[in-house]
Design a protein around this ligand. Structure first.
Ligand code: C2E
Ligand code: MG
Ligand code: MG
Ligand code: MG
Length: 283
């Protein structure tokens, strides 16, 4: 009897699994064509310094996929599929090139220093030609190292340490900054902060959502901010939506903010307007 029930369960789960993997297979097939079909777009989310009159300091490039039948598919859904299939390398390279095209253009329009951050998947970061391709893209687009930052997650620093170390020290030589994204949510140890050359810690949104009420989140955010200060790293709070969250992170010494409270990710033209840039070519 129990055996039958077990079998039923098995059948149920495997049917579920099959339909999930069918969905992923279809996504993967569609992803494969998405670059050529120009279905991707970059949005940019401003980062501001609340210690200096909310001055604009940079923006993060975030990919958007306009699927012809399914509508907009969130990166949280398709990035993992792209990583599992290896397609992420092509996608991330498309992102890097497009971001550098836009960044080089902004360099001419924004008369102050700024950094454009680009997310780099672990799979992409571990390509042996990663630095070469990056250097080529920068040469081709005219993007300058001082205007670029790469966001990697702790997962990058857990495998193939030799390659990761080499890439990070090459980036440092090039003058390209590196941020640890979603800091505190990965599985790596603090030792990597000693061993790897990085510039910025981005406090994950999960620690900030309930920071007004949650004493543990308050302690964690204070500690990350102090850790960053002691290691002479920048610290960014991401996902700030409310004044209360803003006051919480300000009180704990974190001044660079990215979140809906100031601005949502937006297309290039909208960021132009946000920055009061008038572009003759667009009119
Ligand atoms: P992330 O790099 O940690 O990016 C921050 C995410 O938080 C973005 O989600 C952004 O839209 C969202 N966000 C920012 N402020 C707020 C806020 O105040 N409230 C809320 N609720 N959300 C906020 P998005 O654009 O959906 O991207 C999700 C993740 O997908 C990114 O997390 C990143 O891990 C990945 N991703 C996005 N673009 C790329 C890309 O070009 N390449 C790679 N490899 N990954 C990407
Ligand atoms: Mg990021
Ligand atoms: Mg993040
Ligand atoms: Mg995230």
């Amino acid at each position: 009897h129990a055996k039958e029930e077990g079998r039923g369960l098995f059948r149920y789960y495997s049917a579920e699994r099959n339909s999930a993997s069918l969905y992923h297979l279809r996504l993967e097939a569609d992803l494969r064509k998405a670059i050529d079909l120009k279905e991707f777009e970059l949005h940019y989310q401003p980062q501001v310094n609340i210690l200096h009159d909310d001055k604009f300091v940079g923006m993060e490039a975030l990919i958007r996929w306009h699927h012809p039948r399914e509508g907009n598919i969130r990166p949280d859904v398709f990035i993992s599929v792209a990583e599992a299939s290896g397609l992420i390398v092509q996608i991330d390279r498309w992102v890097l090139r497009q971001a550098c095209i836009d960044g080089a253009r902004w360099r001419d329009k924004i008369d102050q220093p700024f950094r454009l951050s680009v997310n780099v998947s672990a799979v992409h970061f571990r390509q042996t030609d990663f630095i070469d391709v990056l250097t080529c893209i920068m040469l081709e687009t005219g993007m300058k190292a001082e205007n670029l930052a790469l966001e990697i997650t702790e997962g990058v620093l857990m495998k193939e340490l030799q390659l990761a170390t080499e890439n990070l020290s090459k980036l440092k030589k090039l003058g390209i900054e590196v941020a640890i994204d979603d800091f505190g949510t990965g599985y790596s140890s603090l030792a990597y902060l000693r061993n790897f050359e990085v510039n910025t810690l981005k406090i994950d949104r999960s620690f900030l959502i309930d920071i007004g009420a949650n004493k543990k989140d308050q302690a964690i955010v204070s500690s990350i901010t102090e850790l960053a200060r002691n290691l002479k790293l920048d610290v960014v709070a991401e996902g700030i939506e409310t004044k209360e969250q803003l006051e919480q992170v300000f009180g704990r010494g974190c001044y660079i903010i990215q979140g809906y409270y100031f601005a949502k990710p937006m297309p290039r033209q909208a960021l132009d307007r946000y920055l009061n840039i008038i572009d003759d070519e667009d009119n």
